[in-house]
Design a binder for this molecule. Sequence first.
Ligand SMILES: [Zn+2]
Length: 277
Amino acid sequence: MLLMLVGPGNLACSDKGGPGNAEWRVFAIEYGRSPRIGRSMLILGDKTKKKVPFAWEAWLVLGKNRKILVDTGFKDDELARHWDVRDYRTVPSGLAELGIKPGQITDVVLSHAHWDHIGNVLPYTHARVWMQKREFEWASKLVSKERPSRWGVRLVDIRALGVVRSRGLLHLVGKGAAVAHGIIFHDGGGHTKCVQWLEIRTGGPVGTVVLASDNAYVYENIKRLIPTGSTSKPDLDRLALKEMLKVASRPDLVIPGHDPGTFKHFPRVAKGIVEIR
Ligand SMILES: [Zn+2]
């Protein structure tokens, strides 16, 4: 049943308000949720001292011949405990809900080098892995044997990308690169050196979806044009937020990196998985 919902064979179906004969369909996968994260991390300048829920997410873009995973989540029980992640699962176990095996993923697109976005890249043995060259170089210089973790970048993840490179599958690209027809990288704000957001022209009635990743943590960043609390360049973030809203076909199609609201707002297709439409 789940296969019918998301399988390529179903791309031609045109249920009302659905994806029609779109070239791409976009899904959000939640792989865990932290119930209480400081709001000041999410919203720049927040002084409320409130704690709010925080979703851990990856995204999936399906086309006729491509299965594109956007960010990999992480696989680390200790980090999951540290962040009090409830209902923690790996992204491959989320994909299994859709009947997709890691070996079937054709492409992995990495938005930035933080552990919760690149932390489990190796299961996708056949996938081209796309990343900005500038981000990769920055992250690689940041960590070493002496300093295995710094500013959210981990040596273990950089080494895993080295393995991908040895497989001949690491695609380091420049500004504005297209991963596939209608799927385009854009420079984001100051979350990391060269964090990206992704424009996805679905080619169907949904129009253009924007995966903001951590250029916005939650919808409030987007609605109020307020950067996250973890940016080093808030002006760049404001520019990115405006640009993402300009590019998306509807404001709610700009999908933030960590907002549990995504999983209420869009139709559910499997456990912890919604279709962005
Ligand atoms: Zn993140």
